[in-house]
Design a protein around this ligand. Structure first.
Ligand code: HEC
Ligand code: HEC
Ligand code: HEC
Ligand code: HEC
Length: 132
């Protein structure tokens, strides 16, 4: 009886485990602030897939980049890593610290395109959605 339910549990769970990575990104509505030791602001609004479609960003490595000795590798991307895997809170050489990396990436593009939010409260908005 016990064993039977364990098998059943495994069978029901496995498909969900495989579906997880795809679901995450589709459901992503904020950039989680959990990479920071202390989080002072609400997590920034970022509806990953919708954002990138509307903003017409075709290349994943526009954000998920890979560098090799200071050169950006155009045909490689790092979406399997978090920004914090490479960007520590403090900057290191040419590698901006984590907060600066986000701000340069997000705000930098919005400023140069004159589209998208540039005010603190527009990105770090308090709201009802699950921002954890
Ligand atoms: C275009 C969107 C955007 C704007 C505008 C923006 N931020 Fe951020 N900020 C982010 C993202 C993305 C992160 C990293 C993940 C997170 O905290 O959601 C971040 C992280 C931070 C962090 C570190 C994490 C924390 O919560 O302590 C601070 C502090 C911060 N921002 C403050 C500000 C302030 C102050 C302004 C206005 C001067 C501002 N931000 C404007 C997107 C933005
Ligand atoms: C405009 C910038 C941007 C673009 C373009 C972009 N991403 Fe992301 N993506 C992010 C940010 C920011 C995160 C959160 C990273 C972190 O928390 O350290 C993220 C997270 C992810 C995650 C992890 C999801 C999760 O819930 O943990 C996956 C998978 C991903 N992106 C895949 C992709 C793929 C595939 C593409 C291209 C089709 C792409 N991204 C394009 C910014 C971008
Ligand atoms: C695999 C490691 C790695 C990952 C993951 C990574 N970065 Fe970087 N990033 C670097 C390195 C290395 C540099 C310094 C490049 C140089 O030498 O000029 C850099 C530079 C930057 C810069 C300044 C130069 C530029 O391209 O504008 C920004 C902004 C930045 N990263 C944002 C991000 C964001 C946002 C994420 C997550 C979506 C991210 N990075 C993920 C390694 C990484
Ligand atoms: C390569 C350019 C580019 C980058 C990088 C980028 N954005 Fe945007 N973003 C845009 C453009 C263009 C728009 C306006 C699109 C529209 O709504 O018409 C926009 C709109 C937005 C909006 C308002 C519309 C919406 O989707 O809610 C938010 C919020 C936003 N961006 C957050 C972010 C955050 C957070 C990051 C960094 C993780 C980021 N963006 C990185 C280009 C960019």
């Amino acid at each position: 009886m016990r064993r039977h339910s364990a098998v059943l549990l495994t069978i029901t769970i496995i498909p969900f485990l495989f579906a997880l990575p795809a679901v995450c990104q589709e459901d992503m509505v904020v950039v989680a602030g959990d990479s920071f030791e202390v989080q002072r602001r609400p997590s920034a609004v970022f509806r990953h897939d919708d954002h990138n479609k509307t903003a017409e960003i075709e290349e994943c490595n526009e954000c998920h980049h890979v560098y090799e000795s200071g050169e950006r590798i155009t045909d490689e991307s790092s979406e399997d890593q978090r920004c914090a895997d490479c960007h520590t809170e403090k900057s290191a050489g040419n590698r901006p610290g984590l907060r600066k990396a986000f701000h340069l990436n997000c705000k930098g593009c919005h400023q140069s395109k004159k589209q998208g939010p540039v005010m603190c409260g527009e990105c770090h908005a308090r709201r009802a959605v699950n921002s954890e």
